[in-house]
Structures are given as C-alpha cells and as structure tokens.
Design a protein around this ligand. Structure first.
Ligand code: CP
Length: 311
C-alpha cells in the first residue's frame, strides 16, 4: 500500500480485503457507549477540504477521534486559500506543523497525487475532481458484503452522471478486481464512450431498464451541476428517464440493494419511496463510512497490515 491512500486503482485484492476485514472489526464499536480506542493516541490528522462535504469530512474526523487521534478540519473558505494562497503553499504550511496524515478533497483530478510526490506527510484522498473517491468505494464494498452478497460475479448498475463521478470510477476499479459485471447508465451526454475501457466487465447503456435488469446492486448518482459548464440534460426530464422508482426494482434481483453515495436529491435521481425502502442501504453506507475510515487511518498511520479475508 502507498504511504497514504490515493486511489483504489493501485490497491490489490489483498489490500482491499484487509481494509474491509478491519472495518468489520470496528463496526461493533460504533454502537457501544464508550466508542474511543487509543490506537492512534498522540497522532494528529488534518482534514483539508477544498470542496463541500458532509459525510466524508465528518466521518474522517469521527474516525480519527474514535481511534484516539487528534483531528483538525479546515475548509478552503475559512482558510488563507481565500486570500490567494496556492495549493502547494497551503500544503507545505500544514506539513510544517508536522501532522501525521492529511486527508484532502480537491476539485482538481490528481491534486492529491501531485502533492504526495512533494510532501513527506501521507495523503489520503477524500475525493479528487472526477477521478477517484477511494474510501467511498471501500465503504460501498463493506455495505454490499454486510447485506450478504459476494463481490465476485456481482451485477452492479451505476446510474446517473457517470461523466463527472469519482464514486463511479473508484467503484469500477474495485468491483472489476472481483470480476463484477458493471453496467454504467445515464444520458449519452453524461456517459463518455471511453469509460468502457476503464476496466474489464464494464458495459454502457442509456436505457435504465436494461441497466437494472437482474442487478444485485443499483448505485444511483447525483447530477453534479457544479461540474457542468452547460446543462447536459433538461432538468425537468431527468427524473422520468433516469430517476429510480419502485417499479424499477421489479426488474432487478429480488434482494437488490439500492445505494447512493449522497447527498441524495429526492425526486431528481431517486424517489423518496425507494430511498426510504427496505432495499435502500444509503444510511448503512453512511454508518460504514466511520468503520472503513478508521481502518484506513489505522493502516496509514500505524503501518499495521491487518491482513484477512473480507467476510
Ligand atoms: N459521499 C460523499 O462524498 O458525500 P459528501 O460529499 O457529503 O462527503
């Protein structure tokens, strides 16, 4: 494993399975009254977020604290970035304060990879542009396993704004390592044909019914208007064509899981009936965000290799 965690693409199955198994060890702690361990006591983690976040930033901070580490969260709007400080200068400044790891989210694809080459501090990618969101794919995998499914041979439909989705890319990289059958689906304007080459087992379709048929897992994605220079699809027509509704679930396997990385837009890409249904694993994903990020932080900061099969 890298000194930090930059992406799923460079992890092998053994590394993924070690993180997922360790995350499972951490799950019971989340519902205990005393949630704090001292595994990372004395360590300092800086969360540096150049883009908005609710789930990732909060769960990294909680994960660090549950491991006994100190955590400081910085957002671009509340930092000297708003006074014109460059990314490199900001990171060098933070590194000079000797944190043990920097968790960062940035709008530019490759920003954490660039910084990892220039800084001695391990960097954990919390989402870089349209490229990768590795801990999201790990927590998604943990959630799928928790629902009693195997990653091997899974049929997964990923539906929505594929073009701008780092969540889709990280999930494709992870699921492809297990021979999953991955259908990427969305309007043609949000479904670049070159994504078929992303990994073996990937197919593309603009037909939502075709994507969902026999699916074990349906992952819905938000339309990322903030990354679009012009409207890719008429807003009023999106839900009728690409919004997940209860009737779609009949096309999938009877035990299909519906997932969404959040934030969800009810009535845009998913109906409330589906989001709140028994098939929805959306809040399980959020819950697993803490266990998975504890596993990642422990691995990066203590260098422990808690190898073991995912179960
Ligand atoms: N899934 C996810 O990355 O959510 P946030 O943007 O709230 O962190």
């Amino acid at each position: 494993m890298h000194a930090g965690l930059l992406g799923i693409e460079e992890l092998d199955r053994a590394e993924i399975e070690a993180i997922l198994a360790r995350a499972k060890d951490f799950q019971p702690i989340q519902s205990q009254s005393l949630k704090k361990l001292d595994t990372l006591r004395g360590k300092m983690i800086v969360n540096l977020f150049y883009e908005a976040s609710t789930r990732t930033r909060t769960s990294f901070e909680i994960a660090a604290k549950r491991l006994g580490a100190d955590a400081v969260s910085i957002t671009a709007s509340g930092s000297s970035v708003s006074k014109g400080e460059s990314l490199v200068d900001t990171l060098n400044t933070l590194a000079a304060m000797r944190p043990d790891a920097i968790v960062m989210r940035h709008a530019a694809s490759g920003a954490p990879h660039f910084l990892a080459r220039h800084l001695p501090t391990p960097i954990i990618n919390a989402g870089d542009g349209t490229h990768e969101h590795p801990t999201q794919a790990l927590l998604d995998a943990r959630t799928i396993l928790d629902r009693g499914k195997q990653l091997e041979g899974l049929r997964v439909a990923i539906i929505g704004d594929i073009a701008h989705s780092r969540v889709a890319r990280s999930n494709v990289f992870l699921l492809a390592k297990y021979g999953a059958d991955i259908v990427l689906c969305g309007p043609a304007s949000l479904l670049p044909p070159e994504l078929k080459q992303l990994a073996p087992g990937v197919t593309l379709t603009t037909d939502m019914d075709e994507a969902i048929r026999n699916a074990d897992v349906i992952m819905m994605l938000r339309v990322q208007l903030e990354r679009q220079h012009e409207a890719a699809f008429p807003a009023g027509e999106y839900f009728p064509f690409y919004g997940l509704r209860l009737e779609h679930l009949k096309l999938a396997k009877a035990d299909v899981i519906v997932m969404h990385p959040g934030p969800i837009n009810r009535g845009r890409e998913i109906s409330s009936e589906v989001a709140d249904s028994q098939r929805s694993a959306i809040l399980n994903q959020v819950e697993n965000g803490i266990s998975v990020r504890m596993a990642v932080l422990e691995r990066v900061l203590s260098g422990e290799q808690n190898a073991g099969a995912a179960h």
